[in-house]
Structures are given as structure tokens and as C-alpha cells.
Write a new protein. Structure first.
Lengths: 87, 204
């Protein structure tokens, strides 16, 4: 699983229901995306950090949500590239 | 001598009661002042309408994309529930499961109006991960920590759990069934843990 920070806690995980090889991992270091079922990963989500969880809208997989450990909620409408704080 | 003893007991009782009152006030203040405190899980229902947030201070739901939240009461018996996992049925938007730190698994068939515990067969009640099979939503896997730790499976919507594996190394933070065939008749279970992301075929 190359590309993820080694020996670090994975707090959150989400899968694209239309294409399960596309998956996201939420970590203290930020958001990471894989398009090959987790073989390789690259950082996405800009400056997002301290993430506790990530979720995908099953009806619109480009719409994503992320929560930081201290409860801030962010939304993305473009598959996790740009994020907007919700509260 | 006896009178002194009674007086001492009364003074001790007074300070004990006063101390517990102060402690209760501090606990309430802490709860109300810090909102979610710590987030563990985030999931959206099958219709893409309601977001659920599992936190240290309970389960919350939002119908406006996370801008505002309402607390969901799971049980009158448990005043405090630490929600570790939220899983929704991909075919039935009203069927939702949550895993808790102290009271096992709760399930609602009506979108969160009524909840019941679904713990038969679980060796412990500290549930850190809950995964529904996207192909067969009545098939679930649960990751239990501490007492009775391991991976449990239910094939009847959480009616009866059977321990099927020791589980991944490290503390499980999230557990998900991913619809990628293993070639052995099952699909893969992915676990986010304190030792990174791990995966295993679900045909234990």
C-alpha cells in the first residue's frame, strides 16, 4: 500500500460505490486517495489535516464529507479536490 | 465517644455528597461546552440525504450537509454512548447500524426513530468497526476490542454473531466491506487501524 505515511493511524475510510477501486483514507496527516484498490496512494484534499472520518454520498459519489478530530465538517463537490467548511 | 463517631460520619457524608455534586456539575459543563468532543465515524444514508456523525458524545444527524446537527437518542437506559462506527444498508435507507464503545451494537429499521440492541453472540461490547456487505446487506462484520476481541460475523442483519477471526493487528478504527472479489468466493474487508490500512478476504 505505497504512498500512505508508514505506521500511522488510519482513522477513516470510504469507498466509491460506483467504482470500489477508488477509495479514500482519513488520517492525522490529511486525506489520501487510491484508484487501484489501495495499491498506491496520493495525497489529496489540499490543506485538510487531523481527519477523523470521511464519507461519500452514495447517490452522488463526487460529493464527499470529512470530519476533523475536533468536529469540524468539510464538504467537497468535486471528488475530494476542493473542500469547504460547513459550519 | 459514640456521639463523636456519629458526628464524624455525618461530616464525612456531607463532604462526600458535596464532592459528587461538584463532580456532576463539572461533567455536565464539559459535555455541553465541547460539542462532539471527538469524532469517530461519518456516514451518509442510502438516499444521500442524511449525514450521521458518530462522536464521543453520541450520534448526531444532519439534513443540510453538515451545517447543523441534531442529537439522536439510541437508548433511554444509556445516558452516555460513545459512537465508534456507523454503517447503513445500501438498499434500505431506513436501516442503520451503530457500534458503541460501551453497549455493543444498536440497529434501527425506521431511520432512527426506534433502536434496539443487536448483541447476541458478541463476546464483548466495545465495538470499533461495523461493515455491511454491499452485495448482501444482511451480512455484517463487526470488530470487537478488549473483552472477546476479534472479528464477528452475522448473516441475519445482526440477529446472531459468531466470532470468525482474531482480526488485524493494532486497534481497529474503521471497518469496511469493499465490493472487490477475492477469487475465493468472497470480497475484501478493509480495516483502518493504529498500524495503518490492512485488508483481508472476508471468507474466514
Amino acid at each position: 500500500m505505497g504512498g500512505l505515511p508508514a505506521n500511522r493511524t488510519v482513522n477513516g475510510f470510504a469507498v466509491d460505490p460506483d467504482n470500489p477501486k477508488v477509495m479514500y483514507v482519513a488520517m492525522r496527516d490529511g486525506l489520501f486517495k487510491s484508484t487501484d484498490a489501495g495499491e498506491t496512494w496520493r495525497r489529496t484534499g489540499g490543506e485538510l489535516k487531523n481527519l477523523a472520518a470521511v464519507g461519500i454520498n452514495p447517490k452522488k459519489p463526487n460529493e464527499m464529507y470529512a470530519a476533523t478530530m475536533d468536529g469540524k465538517i468539510y464538504m467537497s463537490a468535486d471528488g475530494g479536490m476542493k473542500w469547504k467548511k460547513q459550519q | 465517644m459514640k456521639r463523636k463517631l456519629y458526628l464524624g460520619l455525618l461530616v464525612g457524608l456531607f463532604w462526600l455528597l458535596r464532592g459528587s455534586e461538584v463532580f456532576a456539575q463539572q461533567t455536565d459543563h464539559k459535555k455541553s461546552g465541547q460539542g462532539f468532543e471527538h469524532v469517530h465515524a461519518l456516514a451518509m444514508d442510502a438516499e444521500g440525504r442524511i449525514l450521521f456523525l458518530g462522536t464521543h458524545t453520541g450520534l448526531f444527524r444532519s439534513e443540510d450537509g453538515g451545517k447543523s446537527w441534531k442529537k439522536v437518542t439510541l437508548s433511554a437506559k444509556h445516558s452516555h454512548l460513545d459512537i465508534m462506527a456507523v454503517a447503513h444498508d445500501p438498499r434500505d435507507p431506513k436501516m442503520i447500524y451503530v457500534g458503541t464503545h460501551e453497549a455493543g451494537i444498536f440497529k434501527t429499521p425506521d431511520g432512527g426513530t426506534t433502536w434496539g440492541q443487536a448483541n447476541t453472540g458478541l463476546g464483548g461490547l466495545d465495538v470499533h468497526g461495523l461493515a455491511l456487505d454491499p452485495n448482501v446487506p444482511s451480512k455484517l462484520h463487526a470488530a470487537v476490542r478488549e473483552k472477546g476481541d476479534g472479528i464477528y460475523r452475522a448473516t441475519d442483519g445482526g440477529g446472531k454473531w459468531v466470532r470468525v477471526d482474531d482480526g488485524p493487528g493494532g486497534e481497529v478504527k474503521v471497518l469496511t466491506s469493499v465490493n472487490i472479489p477475492t477469487g475465493m468466493g468472497g470480497i475484501f474487508l478493509y480495516a483502518g487501524t493504529s498500524e495503518g490500512l490492512q485488508r483481508n478476504p472476508d471468507c474466514f
